[in-house]
Design a protein around this ligand. Structure first.
Ligand SMILES: [Zn+2]
Length: 175
């Protein structure tokens, strides 16, 4: 067999390749050896790009076949772990806020004119109307707050209803 391939022969090989013929089948068409066809396809860029559909030289076709067989079960298997993963989502940790026990300031209180700019302005007594003599907590406040930590918490309504009403009862008893 001559190594000389005409453009017509190359075209014929290209058609055979496009039809999915093997090197042996094409070799039978040309009446040459299978190796001659493989060699020609290997050396000619256009033919090489078409490639053999079924032979050791056609990795493309083999790969596609393998993928088509192997991906189907993978897709089915892939669906199950996905739902499993969704079920396994961990619940967000419950953050329990730290409860700070605030002690009521034990100071005897100061009249308004003795308060500094950072004195708690929570009135701690309940003088009769017209009597005057209001006394204020006077504990050091946080910057930007009119009350100390204890009275600030009272001012924003923390604590249960019973806790707040208990304070009111105590104030009335004290007064
Ligand atoms: Zn206070």
């Amino acid at each position: 067999m001559s190594n000389f391939w005409t453009p017509e022969q190359d075209k014929k090989i290209a058609e055979c390749l496009a039809d999915g013929m093997s090197a042996s089948q094409i070799a039978a068409v040309f009446g040459c050896s299978r190796n001659a066809i493989v060699g020609r396809v290997h050396r000619n860029r256009e033919l090489r790009e078409i490639g053999f559909a079924r032979s050791t030289g056609s990795r493309k076709a083999v790969t596609v076949k393998d993928v088509s067989i192997s991906t189907r079960p993978r897709k089915i298997r892939g669906g199950t772990p996905n739902t499993t993963r969704m079920k396994r989502v961990k619940p967000a940790p419950v953050i329990v806020p730290e409860v700070v026990e605030l002690v009521e300031p034990s100071g005897s209180g100061l009249p308004l004119h003795e308060l500094s700019s950072r004195s708690c302005r929570w009135c701690i007594n309940d003088p009769a109307p017209g009597e005057g003599g209001h006394l204020f907590c006077a504990e050091v406040t946080e910057i930007g707050r009119p009350y100390c930590a204890y009275h600030y918490r009272k001012s924003i309504g923390k604590g249960t209803y019973a806790e707040r009403s208990a304070d009111d009862v105590l104030l009335k008893v004290a007064a």
